[in-house]
Design a protein around this ligand. Structure first.
Ligand code: ZN
Ligand code: ZN
Length: 296
């Protein structure tokens, strides 16, 4: 079982890192799998990694099922390009200055965008206070916090509808994020830091851009994100023999399944479709082989 892309309360997810790990343990217990690889990839934050690693290691000794935690984070470049990064658990590179500097730059750009969104919402008679939206957020403050506050305050049925009504591209309160870095710069910094850069949900990204990113040190691409499969990215990864990853990108309540799950008796409702084991298993086998040394 594999889920290399989830969000916790350290950015805009709704579960704490411990709850995510426990949830994953619950899932492997329900299945025939003996272990899982899980990465919590909060937006521009690695603040939870040390504590989460300690918790994950403690849990390893308590049961015959194992959830291996692969430390990670997600960051953003211009043009909505998101880059995941994965850290070797033994190297502590999530504290490296160049990595933290990426987060700092994005955080200040994001704060400006958030304030502009709240202004736009006010013009649309959706009145939210900055502190009410972000008061309990310990990590990155993102549009998911705003979507959640819109729903909490009764302006939409739930966070996903809030996002569709107001925040997404083409919606009245959409404000693009002016991320300070281009994707190739970001990939280069991450790669130079000795960390694995992987492109997240590569919607519409041209093969040529992937080649450019590969030249700057891109080590992998997400090929399944939630219910979306990225066939072009999959072909690219196969051609260049780079890492293929699979993530649920779970953020919200009601969306708490792990995307890669193929649990026979899945009880939770899912906002994405079932992806068949025939597609998932070879990707996972490949992934395990490539990062094998990191998980012992
Ligand atoms: Zn993303
Ligand atoms: Zn994400």
């Amino acid at each position: 079982m594999l889920d290399t892309h989830t969000h916790s309360t350290f950015s805009d997810g709704f579960l704490s890192p411990e709850e995510i790990i426990r949830l994953m343990y619950g899932r492997i217990r329900e299945s025939k799998e003996k272990d899982a690889i899980l990465s919590i990839t909060d937006h521009d934050s690695t603040a939870a990694i040390d504590e989460t690693m300690r918790f994950a290691r403690k849990m390893l000794g308590e049961t015959d099922k194992h959830v291996y935690l692969l430390p990670g984070a997600e960051t953003e470049a211009r043009k909505y390009i998101h880059i995941l990064m994965y850290f070797n658990p033994d190297e502590q590179l999530w504290k490296k200055r160049s990595i933290l500097e990426i987060f700092r730059k994005n955080e200040s750009a994001r704060d400006e965008r958030n304030r502009a969104i709240l202004d736009r919402l006010g013009e649309l008679d959706v009145f939210l206070k900055y502190d009410d939206v972000f008061g309990n957020t310990s990590g990155a403050k993102t549009r998911s916090n705003i979507a959640d506050a819109i729903a909490r305050n009764g302006y939409a049925a739930d966070a996903i509808s809030a996002s569709k009504l107001y925040l997404r591209h083409g919606c009245p309160a959409h404000v693009p994020l002016e991320s300070p870095l281009e994707a190739y710069e970001l990939v280069q910094i991450i790669s130079d830091a000795g960390v694995l850069p992987v492109i997240a949900h590569p919607y519409g990204i041209e093969a040529a851009s992937l080649e450019e990113l590969r030249a700057c040190g891109l080590e992998g691409t997400e090929v399944i994100n939630g219910n979306t499969q990225f066939r072009e990215a999959n072909n690219f990864a196969t051609q260049y023999d780079i890492l293929r990853t699979v993530g649920s990108d779970c953020h919200f309540n009601g969306n708490k399944c792990f995307g890669y799950s193929y649990f026979p008796n899945r009880k939770n409702t899912c906002s994405y479709h079932h992806i068949s084991p025939e597609i998932l298993q070879p990707i996972e086998a490949d992934f395990r082989e490539k990062i094998l040394g990191w998980l012992t």
